[in-house]
Write a protein that binds this ligand. Structure first.
Ligand code: HPA
Length: 340
């Protein structure tokens, strides 16, 4: 069943008048990045409508935070609601939908993953170039309504611009940020060696139980998205060691310092805009159809015409938004250009 993000959006917008445009989701073990950060505000999942406290070790302090990282204001989601905990895809993707409606433009997802590719080692960092969704359900399945599209294009889903910046920052600190195709599985069990051999043949380089639902929802909401994985173990059959969740967390906590430096550098340097913006011309007249509203279901800069001429303004246009409000209740039967 659909989960309406609007209540959580209203709460956050009230408390944070200016939402940073960069968001980072901190997966298992990535919370070490928070140590020593100047946190401006903190919203535990327990107080956010529609959010659930994760049950997995490593996610107990789940919260949305606004903090300064590398000298820049960033919104961080510490902790995740996973599909393997029994949540619906609508719940799993809720934080992304909330951030998109609050004004975030670029979202970086982080996760712990098992290494499938022969040359991956424990401790390697990998930015995603693509994924194989083996969760068994499409993350947008229960997000469709009369005004929300599920038929989103997933080509070039993971931002090359962000990947390049992450690679560059890693190199400066003396480590390589690899690239790879992520296999998403439902979990919570780890895989069999035969499954891992199959995924390798299908083109998978690393494997985990998260990220893909959020990445796909990000595209649906019009966000620029990237994902950074930390290899915490070699996938099943790749080594003789048993795979344990506790070990996954231990490996990550040892790497905390390295990750914190990389993320801080990245936040300092990344340009906060979307590349290759193209302009769509929309006629937001009284005859506007629900189909047209679908296309503007995102936070977007809108070139709006008023009596003072054309000017860029930022608007949050959630599903079913009454477009007339864009112009303060005035008639909006003029042409608007939407930057996508
Ligand atoms: N498999 C699936 N998910 C994971 C793994 C793995 O080996 N390691 C960390 N998350």
């Amino acid at each position: 069943m659909a989960v309406n993000p609007q209540a959580a959006v209203a709460l956050l917008q009230n408390a944070i008048p200016e939402m940073p445009s960069l968001g980072i989701v901190l997966g298992s073990g990535f919370q070490t990045i928070l140590e020593g950060l100047a946190v401006e505000s903190r919203f535990p999942f327990s107080g956010l409508p529609g959010f659930h406290l994760p049950t997995v070790p490593g996610h107990e302090q789940a919260a949305i935070l606004v903090a300064t990282v590398g000298g820049r204001r960033v919104v961080l989601i510490s902790g995740r609601m996973h599909y393997y905990e029994g949540h619906s895809m609508a719940t799993v993707t809720l934080p992304v939908r909330v951030l998109a409606r609050c004004g975030v433009r670029t979202l970086v997802l982080t996760n712990a993953a098992g290494g499938i590719r022969e040359d991956f080692r424990v401790g390697d960092l990998v930015c995603l170039t693509d994924h194989l969704n083996f969760i068994g359900v499409n993350p947008l399945r229960d997000s469709s309504s009369s005004t929300e599209v599920g038929f989103v294009d997933l080509c070039d889903l993971y931002s090359e611009r962000v990947n390049q910046r992450l690679t560059h920052c890693g190199r400066r600190h003396g480590f390589q940020v690899h690239r790879g195709v992520y296999v998403a599985v439902a979990g919570p069990s780890f895989e069999t060696p035969a499954e891992i051999r199959m995924f390798e043949r299908l083109g998978g380089d690393l494997i985990g139980m998260s990220t893909v639902p959020e990445a796909v929802a990000s595209r649906q909401c019009g966000l620029e998205v990237a994902a950074l994985a930390f290899i915490t173990n070699l996938a099943a059959g790749r080594s003789h060691r048993e795979i344990r969740h506790e070990e996954v967390l231990e490996v990550l906590s040892d790497a905390g310092d390295r990750l914190a430096k990389l993320i801080a550098d990245f936040c300092r340097e990344v340009e906060w805009r979307r590349p290759n913006s193209s302009l769509l011309t929309l006629n937001l007249g009284p005859e506007t159809t629900p189909d047209l509203l679908v296309k503007v279901d995102c936070v977007c800069p809108l070139l709006a015409k008023s009596k003072n001429g054309w000017s860029w303004r930022w608007f949050c246009l959630p599903v079913g938004y009454d477009w007339r409000e864009i112009f303060g209740g005035k008639r909006a039967d003029q042409v608007c250009r939407l930057k996508v």
